[in-house]
Design a protein around this ligand. Structure first.
Ligand SMILES: [Zn+2]
Length: 201
């Protein structure tokens, strides 16, 4: 039996209160983790976006709660076709994003300027926002480029920059109460569609 399967089985017994102290120590030592109180997702304390017709309000957060999000969109369930996207580009594959594309006015990203990290690369059209404390990846925020910066873009990048006005993509994984396993995901082959212009720093 693999370590993982054994750990899974023993965890079940542990939750059911059928495990002795000695076995509990074994489980903890496998992942060197601490079993504490149940994790409660941090509450969103920022503004609430306007509702969309027939829509629903969702809130989400990083792990530690320094950065939270609220958004309005059509209900996220198994009946929704093609609203969430999994991309295989260099950053999406590494961060395991599942993208949802609400309009910018329907998304509130909340946290102090110090709390929100911004990672930008290639043409610098957007920033991948994340929590500077716990590292959780939150949204893909459109950067405000100067006129000169926009002029310096390629035609294609300018088109993408324009199109990016239409949404403030959110990582569905951070939303509370959304079962990502049930969502119909569309696969986007960003790795081939978006040729990398990343230059090693
Ligand atoms: Zn955090």
């Amino acid at each position: 039996m693999s370590t993982w399967i054994r750990w899974n089985e023993e965890s079940k017994l542990c939750r059911q209160g059928q495990l002795g102290e000695e076995q509990k120590v074994t489980i903890n030592s496998i992942f060197n983790s601490k079993i504490g109180a149940e994790y409660l997702p941090p509450e969103h304390k920022g503004d609430i976006p306007p509702n969309v017709e027939g829509g629903q309000l969702y809130t989400g957060s990083c792990h530690c709660g320094a950065v939270t999000v609220a958004l309005s969109c059509k209900p996220l369930d198994e009946f929704n076709e093609g609203v969430v996207v999994v991309c295989n580009c260099s950053i999406c594959s590494r961060n395991g994003y599942i993208w949802l594309f609400p309009r910018p006015e329907n998304v509130v990203l909340s946290g102090s300027e110090d709390a929100i990290g911004r990672y930008t690369f290639a043409d610098g059209l957007t920033s991948k926002t994340f929590c500077r404390t716990c590292g959780i990846n939150m949204t893909n925020l459109r950067n405000q480029l100067s006129l000169d910066e926009v002029r310096a873009l390629s035609r294609h990048s300018r088109q993408v920059y324009e199109r990016n006005k239409e949404s403030h993509p959110v990582n569905v994984r951070i939303l509370h109460g959304v079962d990502v396993g049930k969502l119909n995901k569309v696969t986007f082959t960003g790795a081939t569609v978006m040729p990398s212009t990343y230059i090693n720093p």
